[in-house]
Design a protein around this ligand. Structure first.
Ligand code: TAP
Length: 452
């Protein structure tokens, strides 16, 4: 069997070898998931709920192990990695309430009784990227399992370790082996079989817009359901009437968290022209204060990039001609390090302004007024998230309604809560994860009429 070497991005050391599953093995896993689904659906709702709660408890007891694996596999800071493991627990706990609450409706009709059922889809294939291996896996498998589907999950080849551990924890919790399977391997092999295999009824994909488009086109051939969470080029809008100290102090965390490898990274700061100079004065020490280094150290705020290839890609956005305003620091020596970098671009058409860099690079541009701010925020094919900094509530609401994005926050950079919907518009994706909306994405409405 061929294997993938898993590399620690902070040291470049090999930390594990993981099997690369073949197309035939993927087909076997899908068939097993298909056979297991009727019994999983037929389980008493309270029993399915109990198993999900036990899975949540198993994750809770294992937070330290999971976090340690994520630090070594993904270079996430230990603080973030603990939050991410806790997020999987919370998502499982939240959806463990769902099996007993998947209500249908009774609709008044002539000549009988009309009722609806929320039916599971069957086998769901979940394809996970390398940037948030634990939470993004949980956002797919927890609601899918709660709704009575079985799941085959493919982690990214770069970051399979926590997904494999979550598979073990599910079995320890008593979830039947074929109901939730974790299958590491290449996207073009394992992930592609999810798209092509007729027994997979839905694909949940998070990753690049380019691959998302291919997956959607592939699924169209079988009218297969898809949820897509794709890229972002999110605006952080700072108005002159904002609490500028707070806006500047938090801006680095809005973009450099997870080394900027975040589809919600606020990678375009747009500042009202009248306060640009003051904002930059405040931003500089905040950026230089970001602690970059050993992700296992609790004081560290930013770790390395995921791989050598990704480091080369991020580096391509910052060369001698790039107007860098200021930078933070990064360690020398082994590891895929890139310092927090602030760019004041020449033009709105610069690559660094238009592309999702997916690294610790942020641009700062100016706008004149509210209408200009909304126009600039929307001047992108993406539409995932964004932040609005102002002390004027009316302005906050007008701008929030005007910006084309799925998730906005006012005087905050928070995008994700397990109980509220998350997803993008335009090229940032299709469908919603988390909150009540995700259950609708893993069920079909069946209508039954009974003549009386
Ligand atoms: P992708 O290639 O899109 O990978 C994401 C996931 O899809 C991985 O599990 C990958 O598998 C799998 N995959 C790749 N090709 C596939 C195919 N033909 N069929 C089914 N699954 C397939 O992303 P990447 O190359 O890792 O990153 C490239 C860029 O995408 C980044 O620089 C960033 O801009 C963006 N990105 C966005 C996000 C989010 S959250 N929106 C997350 C990651 C990356 P393997 O990689 O294991 O082969």
């Amino acid at each position: 069997m061929s294997v993938t070497q898993v590399i620690n991005p902070a040291t470049e050391a090999v930390v594990a070898e993981v099997p690369r599953h073949t197309a035939e093995e993927t087909d076997t896993a899908i068939t097993r998931a298909h056979r297991a689904q009727p019994a999983w659906k037929a389980l008493a709702p309270a029993d399915r709920a109990r198993l999900l709660r036990r899975f949540a408890e198993a994750v809770d007891s294992d937070v330290d192990t999971l976090a340690d694996l994520e630090v070594r596999n993904s270079g996430h800071t230990i603080g973030n990695a603990r939050w991410e493991a806790g997020n999987v627990r919370d998502v499982l706990q939240y959806y463990s309430a769902a099996p007993e609450r998947l209500f249908g409706r009774q609709i008044p009709v002539a000549g009988g009784v009309d009722i609806t059922f929320a039916e599971p889809l069957g086998v769901v294939g979940v394809i996970v990227p390398w940037n948030f291996p634990m939470p993004i896996a949980g956002w797919g498998f927890a609601p899918a399992l709660a709704a009575g589907n079985t799941v085959v999950l493919k982690p990214a080849e770069l970051t399979p370790l926590t997904a494999i551990r979550l598979g073990e924890l599910a079995r320890e919790a008593g979830i039947p082996e074929d109901v939730f399977q974790v299958l590491p391997g290449a996207g073009s092999v394992v992930g592609q079989r999810f798209v092509d295999h007729p027994l997979v009824r839905k694909v949940v994909f998070t990753g690049s817009t380019e691959v998302g488009r291919q997956i959607m086109a592939g699924c169209a051939a079988q009218v297969k359901r898809v949820t897509l969470e794709l890229g972002g080029k999110n605006a952080n809008l700072v108005f002159a009437d904002a609490d500028l100290e707070k806006a500047a102090a938090t801006a680095p965390y809005g973009v450099f968290d997870n080394a900027g490898q975040d589809c919600c990274a606020r990678s375009r700061i747009l500042v009202q022209r009248s306060v640009f100079d003051r904002f930059m004065e405040l931003l500089e020490p905040a950026v230089q204060g970001v602690v970059v280094g050993d992700p296992g150290d609790t004081k560290t705020e930013m770790g390395p990039l995921i791989s050598k290839a990704h480091l080369a890609n991020v580096s391509s956005y910052v060369d001698d001609k790039t107007p860098v305003a200021f930078r933070g620091s990064a360690p020398q020596g082994p590891g895929f390090w890139f310092p927090p970098t602030v760019v004041t671009p020449h033009a709105a058409t610069d690559r660094v302004v238009t592309d999702e860099v997916f690294g610790p690079v942020v641009t700062v541009q100016t706008f004149e007024d509210e209408a200009d701010a909304i126009r600039m925020a929307n001047d992108t094919e993406y539409g995932l998230s964004g932040s609005i900094w102002t002390e004027n509530l009316g302005r906050a609401m007008r701008v929030a309604r005007g910006v084309e994005a799925g998730n906005l926050s006012v005087n905050s950079h928070s995008s994700v809560r397990y109980s509220t919907p998350f997803g993008g518009v335009k090229q940032s994706g299709l469908g919603r994860e988390l909150g009540p909306d995700a259950l609708a994405a893993f069920t079909e409405t069946k209508n039954v009429f009974i003549a009386t």
